[in-house]
Design a binder for this molecule. Structure first.
Ligand SMILES: [Zn+2]
Length: 454
């Protein structure tokens, strides 16, 4: 077997199966020129352009409004992509680079899984289906309610893939979910190398066995993963942004296994499930066997007016007082940052939203039980698990709370086997279809779960 010099092996680990900007290569000019001259890396146009049509080759954006122009004296303007500019500018003058040298080696790990928990029969069924999908290079949709224990269902499949020296990616739309999943997976697979990638993370993927990443981070990959697990496949921004599914496909190898996880499938997946186009395994019950809490509706007259005038209706303050008296921890969901801010001020509670600079810190503090309540926008609607909490939604009739969001929010309660019940209350002025559908979903899933255990 041909041996690669250690330096080339090291560079191969850093660059292979990625599309990177020159500054992301982080090489001295001398070394960079050496790699180009020896055809170890090649240039890929950052933007493909014909007369008036541009496409970004990193984020696959084709929306012409999202391209900018930098005028140049005596030559054509530079075209750049605005859509993915946060990841560093890609333009007609700033190409991407692809590794064309030898592929890096990975060490086989015989039995990486150290988790010794026991799966429920339904979890076991999903777990076996995933192992089958890994072995057959086929796809699978795992349709499991919030609290079904989805992560543990993936373990046998991940173990099987790693044994076969395959590379696994768990992609999720939310950075908070990456931060929650990575430590669990590292605890349960302690002998493999992994990387947790999200905007602002300092970790690097050196051709690791396992990558846990936001779907956005996959814009830097091509033909990289044998197993692609897309968690929360129905979540924003993945389900709204047409380029992200394409990026996930590009980041996967041609004969890869795709595993999709969802508790609240959107219409396209529902159609695929109903018409059996997508092999699906359905898990209607939680891992601890207790029902999902059914939301309670609390109508409040002139709720919207009161909140606009910075007044918190007594029904809401009663709910909060009752929780505080009974030492119950809780999350209060608000539809907008402004309302979250004003509630936080009035109630003297911490709050988080997508732009909070201290969001990671506050979530950690809440998880560590350093305070008892947290106000949040929909950023904490899914993926995160706090063991013993109740939840209330303020203005549950607001348009940001669609059926999926309300189901996910309700799914935060009663997650612990030691405290499996939880209170979910929707405060509203006008009842919406989304609220009714969310409640119906809970009732239907609880009935299905009962039938599975009979
Ligand atoms: Zn782009």
């Amino acid at each position: 077997m041909k041996t690669t010099p250690p330096l080339i092996e090291d560079l191969a680990r850093r660059f292979s199966t990625k599309l990177l900007l020159k500054q992301e290569l982080n090489l001295s000019e001398h070394r960079f020129q050496y790699l180009i001259a020896h055809q170890l890396i090649e240039r890929v146009p950052g933007i493909s352009s014909t007369l008036n049509f541009h496409q970004c080759n990193r984020c696959l954006n084709k929306n012409q409004i999202l391209f900018g122009k930098i005028p140049q004296p005596n030559s054509k303007p530079i075209i750049y992509c605005k859509k993915c500019i946060q990841m560093g500018r890609v333009s007609t003058k700033e190409p991407l680079y692809r590794w064309t040298g030898p592929m890096p080696m990975r060490h086989n790990v015989a039995n990486p899984l150290k988790w010794r928990g026991i799966l429920t029969p339904l979890q076991e069924k999903a777990s076996l289906k995933m192992v089958e999908a890994v072995n057959n290079q086929s796809n699978l949709l795992i349709y499991a309610v919030c609290g079904a224990g989805k992560t543990e269902m993936l373990y046998a499949g991940i173990q099987e893939a790693i044994k076969q020296d395959k590379r696994v990616c768990i992609a999720t739309p939310r950075a908070d979910v990456v931060r929650e999943l990575a430590p669990r997976l590292r605890r349960d697979f302690p002998t493999i190398h992994s990387a947790a990638l999200y905007g602002g993370s300092t970790e690097r993927d050196l051709n690791n066995h396992l990558v846990i990443a936001t779907t956005h981070q996959l814009l830097r990959y091509e033909n990289s993963f044998d197993i692609m697990v897309v968690d929360e496949v129905d979540a924003f921004p993945y389900h709204r942004d047409k380029t992200l599914p394409k990026a996930v496909t590009r980041a996967s190898k041609p004969n890869s296994t795709q595993i999709y996880l969802t508790a609240t499938p959107r219409r396209s997946h529902k159609v695929q499930i109903a018409t059996k186009q997508m092999p699906t395994v359905s898990i209607p019950s939680r891992y601890h066997g207790h029902p999902i809490p059914t939301p309670t509706f609390q109508a409040i007259l002139r709720l919207n007016d009161s909140l606009e005038k910075d007044k918190i209706p007594t029904k809401i303050t009663h709910w909060i007082n009752e929780k505080q008296t009974n030492n119950r921890r809780f999350l209060l969901f608000a539809p907008t940052i402004q309302l979250a801010e004003s509630l936080a001020e009035k109630l003297d509670m911490p709050y988080v939203h997508a732009e909070s600079p201290d969001r990671e810190y506050l979530i950690k503090q809440f998880r560590a039980r350093n305070f008892e309540s947290l106000i949040t926008t929909t950023i904490l609607e899914r993926g995160v698990t706090f063991p013993s909490i109740d939840v209330a939604v303020i203005q549950a009739d607001h348009h940001v709370f669609d059926e999926a969001a309300l189901i996910q929010i309700a799914g935060r309660a009663g997650r612990s086997a030691n405290d499996p019940t939880g209170d979910v209350t929707f405060f509203y002025e006008y009842k919406t279809n989304a609220m009714i559908q969310a409640r119906n979903y809970t009732i239907i899933k609880n009935k299905e779960a009962k039938r599975c255990t009979v």
